[in-house]
Design a protein around this ligand. Structure first.
Ligand code: FAD
Length: 417
């Protein structure tokens, strides 16, 4: 078998898979309905700003991202390790790197500080494999069963992990929360200086440009001795193997396979400002403030390269969806943030873009890991490279790409032996 391998979807999983197959001497064709590779990790230039499509971060402790990326070349910019929480009209610091001020602060009860330290130690001693193998339950239940107080849950866990998983109810997998908790503790939270799209761009840079075909929608995938994909223009392309590297809902539609199809949605409103609402590269959380914004970041405090000289870029994220128009939503968010940051001239901020991301985070209910799909499907010659075969994260997508390429190469080796 010496034909080409068609990869449908050029997000991180598809790109990592393509690179591994190319390095093994395979001919690959990446097809994506979007105009460029990168999938859900996108950064667009707007009026001299660089705007990420939704707020996302990289954890340097991610083992598979670390293996697949050259961190040194991404010019990674660090966030402060912690958060600033708006609670009863005041900001409160939660800082992992400042145990003395944490010890003195009464915002989080002492018993929760001890429980946090104990969970840190426990997760530090466990491998990632052990974290995934542990008995799973809803994240909220895990916190309650470990004795964390309602204050800790409401003041920190809901806004912080609610922002990570786009769910303040914390109904998702406790093992996923523990994985993220471990990653937060064992490395830095960072963003490439030029935005999140630099991550997939780095992988794509190792591939020949002509192996990518953009604005090319695949409408169905068939398995068999000669697997194939059908394009929206009616063309049929046969291949040695087909890798479906779309989001899992599209993958399920394309293949008819039962794959996870539920996603949490979010809306990010990006603003151009004359001054930062906060000077530091810190995530600012909505503790108990009425209104809809969950977290706000002065993105240009994280990386000045994201805004033109003398201007600042601010990103505010709402969980879920909204029927309001972009103009009305941006006005609501600005009104709300003027109350978060009085004296910061928020009413002068100009909206740059409203990103409504329907498929932002894969819903990962308790037990998802044990029942996640494999990279091999029951369709002959059709493989899956997607966060859904591991976990919904940059790390999960990278690992899935690697494992999928290994599965394709193993089939190819069997066929040619
Ligand atoms: C707002 C947001 C915040 C996030 N925050 C974080 C975070 O802080 N940390 C973290 O680790 N992860 C985060 N993530 C998750 C992370 O971005 C994803 O896990 C990862 O990008 C998934 O990669 P993927 O390759 O599996 O899928 P995708 O990136 O979804 O790639 C799939 C590709 O398939 C293409 N496609 C779909 N259907 C078709 C079709 N029919 N024909 C052709 N092409 C098709 C799409 O255009 C897309 O390019 C976040 C995601 C979002 C959106």
């Amino acid at each position: 078998m010496g034909g080409q391998i068609v990869i449908v979807g050029a997000g991180l999983a598809g790109l990592v898979c393509a690179r591994k197959l190319r390095n093994a001497g395979k001919n690959v064709l990446l097809m994506d309905k979007a105009d460029r590779p990168g999938g859900r990790m996108r950064t667009d230039p707007i009026d001299g700003f660089r705007v990420d499509r939704g707020f996302q971060v990289l954890f340097t402790a991610y083992p598979n991202a670390d293996r697949e990326l050259v961190y040194e070349d991404l010019d990674l910019q660090e966030f402060l390790p912690g958060a600033r929480v708006l609670w009863e009209g005041k900001f409160h610091e939660i800082r992992r790197d400042d145990p003395i001020s944490m010890a003195l602060s009464s915002f989080i009860p002492t018993s929760d500080k001890l429980r946090t330290a104990s969970l840190n130690l426990e997760l530090g001693a466990r491998s990632i494999g052990h974290v995934w193998q542990g008995q799973d339950q809803p994240a909220l239940e895990m916190l309650v069963s470990r004795g964390f107080s309602q204050q800790f849950i409401d003041r920190f866990a809901r806004p912080f992990f609610g922002g990570v998983f786009l769910d303040r109810n914390l109904e998702g997998s406790a093992n996923m929360m523990q994985f993220v908790w471990k990653m937060l503790n064992e490395g830095d939270t960072v963003l490439p200086a030029l935005g999140i799209e630099e991550v997939p761009r780095q992988v794509f840079a190792d591939l020949p440009e002509d192996c990518f075909q953009g604005e090319c929608e695949v409408v169905s995938v068939s398995g068999g001795t000669t697997p194939s994909v059908k394009l929206s223009n009616g063309d049929l392309i046969e291949a040695e193997a087909v890798v479906v590297a779309t989001d899992s809902e599209s993958a399920s539609k394309l293949t008819g396979l039962p794959l996870p199809t539920e996603f949490k949605s979010s809306i990010t409103v990006s603003f151009a400002a004359d001054a930062r609402p906060v000077e530091e590269p810190v995530i600012v959380l909505n503790g108990d403030f009425p209104g809809r914004v969950n977290h706000v970041i002065a993105m240009s405090a994280v990386s000045p390269a994201l805004a033109p000289q003398g201007r600042e870029l601010v990103s505010a994220t709402i969980l879920g969806v909204s029927d309001k128009s972009d103009v009305a939503l941006a006005a609501d968010v600005r009104y709300e943030l003027a109350q978060w940051f009085p004296g910061k001239n928020v009413r002068q901020w100009s909206p740059l873009r409203v990103d409504r991301i329907l498929k932002a985070q894969l819903v990962q209910s308790p037990g998802f890991f044990a029942s996640r799909p494999s990279n091999e499907t029951r369709l002959e010659g059709v493989f899956l490279a997607s966060e859904c075969t591991e976990n919904g994260s940059i790390d999960g997508a990278a690992l899935s790409g690697v494992k999928c390429a290994e599965a394709v190469l193993a089939r190819s080796a069997v066929a040619s032996s």
